[in-house]
Design a protein around this ligand. Structure first.
Ligand code: GDP
Length: 433
């Protein structure tokens, strides 16, 4: 998916434009909880082009001076975006700070679309010509406050989207990524995996602009670890900012079959862990919870059970995800990880035949009759699996409104009881027949 970043000095109206673009003229395809709350990142769509939009103004980097922040925000945009929207303010003309940002953007090889904001009325349109001097071609007059000119701007933006080269995703290969707070041990775990006895690491090849995928084989199963480059390219200032690492995590999740959600046994479960796990869940990926640094904790069976209970209480929405305890440092229990990734991946792509599925559904209904709402009873006609990754089921009913959340949850549990689906979310939709 293409990434569009909004860049500009403070107070040119970046967040207003961002909110306009995701809120109105283009539809939000998927709300990512947590991320949209801090509103720096959203999925958006324009003319059948689905893309990710970043408001770099939301990336605050400590209490650095403004100029340093601006530079870092521009750096993030240049690194991450396919197209950059550079916003200036018509009411103030070109300022020294604009020129500063322009200089940075100019050095990048990314397509830049210049937007002159706060052009609130048509008479002001004649005044935008001075902005040609910034060197980014035609300036697009817009008004974030009034929602004017955004369509023309987006038309120009999507013209610059890279041609989608369909990535060669080998069906047999399991693509996975590791996400988690800084210092949970993501890089250590990748390195430990690559040095594991029974693992064969093949050439490291670049597949996308900014991610290097690592291929490995174990017990005849091929795996690709996504975006280890991002983990290895350490030390850059934005690597340590939470919002920036969220962005990286989201991009890695997008390409994964299975996501390993890492938790640090030493420091325990934090609110941020939950948020990070939520992204993988919402994306419908297979999930394995990995408790790393298990060497720092009492490692008897009882401790493990207690820790797992704690995880279950914190991550109720991940009740399907298996938990693996290991140490990247000592490699203890490391050998249990890839087989679990394989299980999650198999379930993530599992297909259930319509006959078998309907037997399970009809048994479930016999056991727990469908609800009646205002004198009308829900009738379930039949169910069928419509997709994998994650397994998705359509239940055909008389009136979809009668399908109560709790009943849907009941059916989901029955499907899980019957078919397992360890390590993957499943989706159920009620449709009218
Ligand atoms: P990342 O930011 O998630 O990539 O984390 P790193 O892989 O850089 O690890 C952060 C720190 O935790 C480093 O000092 C590692 O040596 C340490 N660490 C990683 N895995 C383990 C582990 O299994 N046990 C212990 N005791 N320390 C670990």
């Amino acid at each position: 998916k293409s990434v569009v970043a909004i860049v500009g000095r403070p107070n040119v109206g970046k967040s207003t434009i961002f909110n306009r673009l995701v809120g109105e003229r283009i539809s939000i395809v998927e709300d990512i909880p947590g991320v949209t709350r801090d509103r720096i990142y959203s999925q958006a769509e324009w003319l059948n082009n689905s893309f990710n939009l970043i408001d770099t103004g939301g990336i605050e980097i400590g209490d650095e001076p403004l100029l340093v922040q601006m530079r870092q925000q521009a750096e993030v945009a240049i690194d991450e975006a396919d197209v950059i929207i550079f916003i200036v303010n018509a009411k103030e003309g070109i300022t020294a700070a604009d020129e500063e940002v322009a200089k940075l953007l100019f050095k990048s090889n990314k397509p830049i679309v210049l937007a002159v904001n706060k052009v609130d009325n048509p008479e002001m349109r004649d005044e935008i010509y001075e902005y040609y001097s910034l060197g980014f071609g035609e300036p697009f007059p817009i008004s974030g406050a009034h929602g004017l000119g955004l369509g023309d701007l987006l038309d120009e933006v999507v013209k610059h989207f890279p041609q989608v080269v369909q990535q060669e995703m080998d069906e047999e290969t399991i693509y996975f990524s590791l996400i988690g707070r800084p210092n949970v041990g993501k890089s250590s775990l990748v390195n430990a995996l690559l040095n594991e006895d029974r693992v064969i690491v093949s050439d490291i090849e670049g597949t996308t602009r900014d991610a290097i995928d690592t291929h490995l084989t174990r017990d005849g199963q091929e795996y690709v670890i996504i975006d280890t480059a991002g983990m290895r390219k350490r030390g850059k200032v934005y690597e340590t900012t939470e919002k920036y690492s969220v962005l990286r995590a989201l991009k890695a999740i997008e390409r994964s079959d299975v996501v390993l959600v890492l938790i640090d046994a030493e420091t325990g479960i934090r609110e941020q862990d939950k948020k990070i796990a939520g992204y993988a869940h919402d994306a419908g990926r297979g999930i394995v919870i990995v408790v790393n640094k298990w060497d720092t904790v009492e490692t008897d069976e009882k401790a493990m059970k207690e820790y797992e209970d704690k995880i279950r209480a914190h991550f109720q929405f991940l009740d399907y995800a298996p938990v693996v305890f290991l140490s990247a440092k000592t490699k203890k229990r490391l050998h249990t990880l890839l087989p679990m990734v394989q299980v999650a991946s198999e379930n993530h792509t599992k297909r259930i035949s319509t006959n078998v599925l309907n037997d399970v559904i009809m048994d479930a209904i016999a056991m727990n009759p469908t609800p009646t709402v205002k004198g009308k009873r829900l009738k379930v006609l039949y169910a069928t699996q419509v997709a994998v990754k994650p397994p998705s089921f359509v239940v055909f009913v008389n009136e979809p409104e009668l399908m109560h959340f709790s009943y849907q949850r009941f059916l989901e549990n029955k499907i899980r009881d019957a078919f397992g689906f360890v390590g993957t979310p499943i989706k159920i939709f009620a449709r009218k027949r």
